[in-house]
Design a protein around this ligand. Sequence first.
Ligand code: ATP
Length: 237
Amino acid sequence: MTLLELKDVSVHYGRIEAIHNISFAVEEGEIVSLIGANGAGKTTTMRTISGLLNPSSGSIRFEDDDITKLKAHLRVVLGISQAPEGRGIFPGMTVHENLDMGTFGLKTRANVDESFERVYTLFPRLAERKKQFGGTMSGGEQQMLAIGRALMSRPRVLLLDEPSMGLAPQFIKQIFSIITEINEQGTTILLVEQNANQALARAHRAFVLETGEITRSGTGRELLNDPAVKEAYLGVG
Ligand code: ATP
């Protein structure tokens, strides 16, 4: 079943067109990766799906709803949740309080408790540091906190923008294996990454964005073996 679908979506910053006529779909249960160089339009695409930016043309569907004009907080209630690039955690709040900020839209205490349990089980490190201020955590821990917070609303689709950015190698491995685990628990994932190797290896399907347009698509494996992708994004020619 198609969960999320973008059709001919373009987004402008003033007169600058950042993405041009992008169309793709995410099926329920998939990990879909968007790869591309700096400035290709990956973050713009994610922020458009989460409702922080408005498309200048095109449409976005989530299940049976046209959400093109829906406000961001209502998209969270429908089941779209984003862990933003650069993490965006609240440094002066504890880990627990940061996670609690993600429970927006959950109606019952039982749902909130269940979310805390899921996140603390996925990230034992966060459970150990419940009372620590977000700002005093390491980069890798803050990334876990940002993903954990996005999971608190029990999303149907989780949008992850550069989860491996700036992390030490041992954290990168850990973050990607947690992403697979979250997906295996039933959450659909749209992943934006510059670490193309890992992003493609983990993806069911993937797209390449170049200067605001989708130029290639295929299964993760197909793109991993695509000579042009290898040369441009995987550091082998
Ligand atoms: P990065 O990996 O660097 O985040 P990206 O693929 O996510 O890159 P975007 O951040 O989506 O790319 O940017 C796409 C294009 O839009 C770039 O040319 C960028 O310079 C431009 N752009 C992004 N944000 C703005 C803004 N607030 N105002 C004007 N132009 C912008």
